[in-house]
Design a protein around this ligand. Structure first.
Ligand code: UDP
Ligand code: MG
Length: 303
């Protein structure tokens, strides 16, 4: 059996139709499937829409979060509940084209352990395209892994899925972690269609936070940068110190108020940035240490 995992957040407008389209793509595939839909705390009528789809097709199962825990948590929950011998993760807005599913499964049957959907065109332009370029560039430089164009549209064999689930960390970046495992993957390219109805479910600030967290979850280079920045400041300090001493010696020691001001500002800024970077990692250690569950499924009264 194949498990399909789909995270959903405020998608009521099209979700019923989309789930049925995803299942329709399994028609020609000679293998049974389950569709695990994870509602990530939608505030609209997504749950009702999913329940309507469930009445029309009993292969659909619903996991309902108590609140919005984020896409990564939703994907993780779906993966934990999957029982298939392979699992496919995909978005609910059809930006991961269901037509590709039979091809993915075929590649898996031919022996691939990971089948990776890679975007031929990101399907967005302007600011978000620039941001994505910046993120993938920094990610590559800091972590050493190149995942540009990679998406969460993936098929994992059961063995790879178990490896993934065994990783103990709380903060999870699905794309990055699967790549980190290093299991050879079969790549399938796809075009990202325009999103129908309403725009992306991500907020700008949320995306920036996501990018920073993903980079720091895979690299400690920013910490080394703190040391580097400190060394540079010290070097600069020595230079300026020498100049000041010389001026005092020849008796031309000016007021030096400007220099002092600038130095104070630069140093203060550098120290605060450094503390911020270190604090960010300490914060991550704190979150990992608490080891709270990644998500909470809405409790239901037993009938
Ligand atoms: N999503 C989610 N929780 C969130 C944000 C998004 O489960 O907090 C889901 C969303 O319903 C969709 C998928 O994640 O199925 C991708 O979201 P979206 O299409 O908004 O992202 P983009 O296409 O811009 O990457
Ligand atoms: Mg989308």
């Amino acid at each position: 059996m194949i498990s399909l995992v789909v995270p959903v957040f405020n998608e009521s407008a099209r979700i019923e139709q989309n789930l049925l389209s995803i299942l329709a793509s399994m028609e020609g595939v000679n293998i049974s499937c389950e569709l695990i839909v994870v509602d990530d705390g939608s505030q609209d009528d997504s749950v009702q829409a999913i329940e309507r789809a469930m009445q029309r097709d009993e292969r659909i199962h619903l996991l309902e979060f108590t609140r919005n825990f984020g896409k990564e948590a939703a994907v993780y929950a779906g993966l934990e509940h999957a029982s298939g011998s392979a699992v496919i993760v995909m978005d609910s807005d059809l930006q991961h084209p269901p037509d590709l599913i039979p091809e993915m499964i075929q590649a898996w049957k031919n022996g691939a352990m990971v089948v990776e959907g890679v975007k031929r065109d990101r399907g967005d332009r302007g600011r978000s395209r620039l941001m994505a370029k910046l993120f993938y560039g920094m990610y590559r430089r800091f972590s050493g892994f190149d995942i540009e164009g990679h998406s969460d549209f993936k098929l994992l064999d059961r063995q790879v899925l178990d490896l993934y689930l065994q990783m103990p960390e709380r903060y999870r970046f699905f794309r990055g972690l699967v790549n980190w495992l290093g299991v050879e993957s079969h790549v399938l390219y796809f075009d990202v269609p325009e999103r129908e109805a309403v725009g992306s479910r991500w907020q700008f600030v949320g995306l920036i936070r996501y990018a920073i967290n993903n980079i720091t979850a895979f690299s400690t280079i920013p910490l080394a940068l703190v040391t580097f920045m400190g060394s540079l400041t010290v070097l600069f300090g020595f230079l300026l110190g020498a100049i000041t001493l010389y001026q005092k010696w020849v008796g031309t020691a000016a007021e030096g108020f400007t220099t002092l001001n600038i130095l104070l500002l630069i140093l203060g800024g550098a120290i605060m940035i450094s503390l911020g970077i270190i604090g960010h990692y300490v914060g991550h250690v704190y979150v990992e240490l608490k080891s709270r569950p990644l998500y909470v499924v809405r409790p239901r009264r037993k009938p």
